[in-house]
Write a protein that binds this ligand. Structure first.
Ligand code: FE2
Ligand code: FE2
Length: 193
């Protein structure tokens, strides 16, 4: 990992100390690198955006965080807080690292829309959104999520399988999600035998 991204991770760490976000972000970062390798695009926009996309969860009290995401009717207004506050925290971090103003604005725009935005404006935004959602299809992400949402694993697997097309924008992300689901299913069936 380039030094600049290590520095962003270091400054983000205190803000990622809730909701398993450090672990979530590290996994999303790896997906962002894979998507960049496949599609190209501006690494200097995508990687800072993915490292900082969830710093805004730190602005919500602990008892509100788990009402704001997941498959059981999340509170969209609370969810929006993590995007808006995240963009503000990201701007502070990026300025400390002397990011150009126009890049800072673009990264913050992506962060502010990473979960709620339905129409990504460019490739970089599509890659960030897909890298974030691919966590759900990662075996470790899956194990974290079905437990914290208190859902039976096979039921959660079905929910992911039904929604994958709608959540993901790029074909490569869809194929990574399909691979992930296959791995998860094989493990779940092994356990249930
Ligand atoms: Fe998020
Ligand atoms: Fe996220």
């Amino acid at each position: 990992m380039k030094k600049i991204y290590q520095e962003i991770f270091k400054l983000a760490r205190p803000y990622l100390a809730v909701r398993e976000n450090q672990f979530h972000t590290e996994i999303c970062y790896d997906y962002a690198v894979k998507l960049l390798n496949y599609y190209g695009g501006r690494e200097d926009i995508v990687l800072p955006s993915i490292i900082l996309h969830d710093v805004g969860w730190s602005a919500l009290p602990d008892d509100k965080i788990y009402l704001a995401f997941g498959p059981k009717n999340p509170d969209k207004k609370l969810n929006r807080v993590h995007e808006i506050e995240g963009a503000k925290i990201a701007a502070t971090i990026l300025r400390q690292l002397s990011f150009k103003n126009e890049d800072c604005l673009e990264i913050c725009r992506i962060i502010e829309n990473h979960d709620s935005g339905k129409n990504p404006a460019n490739l970089e935004e599509r890659l960030v959104k897909d890298a974030d959602k691919l966590w759900r299809f990662n075996p470790d992400g899956f194990n974290t999520d079905y437990r914290r949402f208190d859902i039976a694993p096979l039921q959660y697997w079905d929910y992911l399988s039904v929604n994958r097309e709608e959540w993901l924008f790029t074909d490569y992300a869809k194929s990574l999600a399909a691979e992930g689901l296959e791995k998860i299913r094989t493990k779940l069936l092994e356990i249930s035998i």
